[in-house]
Design a binder for this molecule. Structure first.
Ligand SMILES: Cc1cc2nc3c(=O)[nH]c(=O)nc-3n(C[C@H](O)[C@H](O)[C@H](O)COP(=O)(O)OP(=O)(O)OC[C@H]3O[C@@H](n4cnc5c(N)ncnc54)[C@H](O)[C@@H]3O)c2cc1C
Length: 454
């Protein structure tokens, strides 16, 4: 494990050699530790490094972005749906306050100060343009296919304006179908600022910038540990108390034969000044293993798988992204197009059992299989707006799992970004429920954390 090897030679040991839950494991001081090298963890690590912090990124998988960050629609969202009061940032502790549902979108809202999605979209477009990350501002049509749905487009339009998204155009079905001849709808809302991004290239670029920062920090101070990314390294828990933060770490391979409930012994204890829990699907299970953190601040996790089916025909029938109205737990089975022109439909919503085996979560042992039979649900849903979809043209694609904080039938919950102001622990920032639009918001989340908590 790179981290163990590097730290062993760094001479930065601190505190007693053995204590409490992690007795016997070497203890090492660190400046800032980010758990998880997904798109959010990488964006935060880069922002921390740019702010002059020494950052250690600890990632359980053998590479970056193998979790939700590589299993999504790769859409740069405009910021249309999210309730204006939310900012997709919760600044109050649980119990989680329900956010307005789609039906309540017309309720008067407080003025929007800043939305992480809207801000993130701007930052992401600028970042991609400056760094040559592949992206395309395709635009999207949100469509109403039934008479009962048309009023909801008005609600979405009002909501978007509250969020500072002022470029939407409401149009009759005929105009939308002129733009997209294969489409069938009664009315549509065009969002010109929605786009797509190559999420892998984006993460590679964040990583490349981190490496530039690593080299410059190490050249400036050869004794300095600098920024480090340690793959195959799992955080298995921690301790938060008066003496600061303790992070219990071991090689991921040590967890391979673990069975639910069995004890895992840390091989290293890191003592960071700043700890960002950006473990995606595992962020809640990990926080449940932070002894000393008041568990009233740790929400219950919910997981919802979303499967994609790809269209076998070579030429895309659409030039815009096509979205039906949102459904419980997701945004509706929509059409996305990747940068190679491949069309995919999805994701649907399939609620999963939470499971209490935290260690399996850390190793990302979720079931990502796509049941080919689910296509029988996709055909009728997609044909509502794409009637020419041919039998046999959908092929199983991939799936992603949403790290949710609300369950079936409950109103959508906000992003939860908790720092000392909420849970009272200096240096600890927990990121919970970073589902969509987490990719779009990643740079803004990082900016928010650095400006608010450093
Ligand atoms: C189906 C689907 C579609 C989506 N579509 C979009 C979209 O179009 N646009 C958009 O903006 N957003 C979208 N999202 C949301 C977006 O993908 C996520 O918000 C984003 O990828 C979250 O990134 P992350 O870094 O928080 O999490 P992740 O990418 O999951 O990264 C977390 C990392 O932590 C590591 N880890 C976990 N536990 C441990 C541990 N104990 N120790 C060390 N490392 C650990 C994991 O291995 C993983 O690499 C979608 C999500 C889903 C599920």
């Amino acid at each position: 494990m790179l981290l163990l090897r590097r730290l062993a030679g760094a001479g930065r040991r601190r505190g007693p050699a053995a204590r409490g839950l992690a007795s016997g494991a070497p203890r090492e001081a660190a400046d800032a530790v980010v758990v998880g090298a997904g798109v959010v963890g990488l964006a935060v690590a880069r922002a921390l490094a740019m702010a002059g912090r020494e950052v250690v990124v600890v990632e359980a998988a053998p590479s970056f972005g193998t979790g939700t960050s590589s299993r999504n629609s790769e859409v740069i969202h405009a910021g249309i749906y999210y309730p204006p009061r939310s900012l997709k940032v919760r600044t109050r502790p649980p119990p989680l306050l329900p956010l307005p549902t789609l039906a309540e979108f017309s309720a008067p809202a407080e003025p929007l100060v800043a939305s992480l999605c809207v801000r993130g979209k701007e930052m992401l477009y600028k970042y991609c343009a400056e760094r040559g990350v592949a992206h395309k501002q395709l635009g999207k049509l949100i469509i109403a296919t039934g008479a009962a749905e048309t009023g909801k487009l008005d609600m979405l339009l009002r909501n978007a304006k509250e969020n500072g998204v002022n470029d939407l155009q409401l149009m009759e079905g005929a105009q939308a179908m002129e733009m997209e001849p294969e489409l069938r709808c009664l009315r549509a809302l065009l969002s010109p600022s929605t786009g797509i991004v190559d999420s892998h290239s984006f993460m590679l670029s964040l990583l490349a910038l981190l490496f530039i920062l690593i080299v410059s920090v190490m050249q400036a101070d050869a004794e300095n540990l600098g920024t480090t990314i340690s793959y195959n390294t799992a955080v298995i828990g921690g301790h938060v108390g008066n003496e600061g933060l303790e992070l219990h770490i071991c090689e991921s391979k040590e967890l391979q034969n673990h069975t639910a409930g069995s004890h895992v012994t840390p091989q290293l204890v890191l003592l960071p000044k700043v700890l960002i829990n950006s473990a995606g699907l595992s962020a809640v299970p990990l926080a449940k293993r932070f002894h000393g953190l008041d568990q009233a601040f740790v929400p219950n996790p919910h997981y919802a798988r979303g499967c994609y089916f790809t269209l076998s025909q070579a030429k895309s029938p659409f030039s815009h992204l096509i979205y039906p109205l949102p459904e419980d737990g997701g945004m509706g089975v929509h059409v996305t197009i990747d940068l190679n022109g491949l069309v995919r439909f999805g994701p649907d919503v399939e609620w999963l059992d939470g499971g209490e085996d935290h260690v399996s979560c850390f190793l990302n042992r979720f079931d990502y299989s796509v049941n080919p039979n689910r296509c029988s649900v996709f055909y009728p849903v997609v044909r509502k707006y794409f009637p020419n979809l041919k039998d046999g043209s959908l092929e199983p694609g991939y799936s992603g799992i949403r790290p949710k904080l609300s369950g079936p039938g409950q109103p959508p919950s906000d992003f939860v970004i908790q720092g000392q102001d909420i849970h009272g622990i200096p240096g600890l920032v927990n990121l919970f429920g970073i589902e969509s639009p987490g990719l779009t918001s990643s740079l803004a989340i990082a900016e928010h954390i650095v400006s608010r908590y450093l």
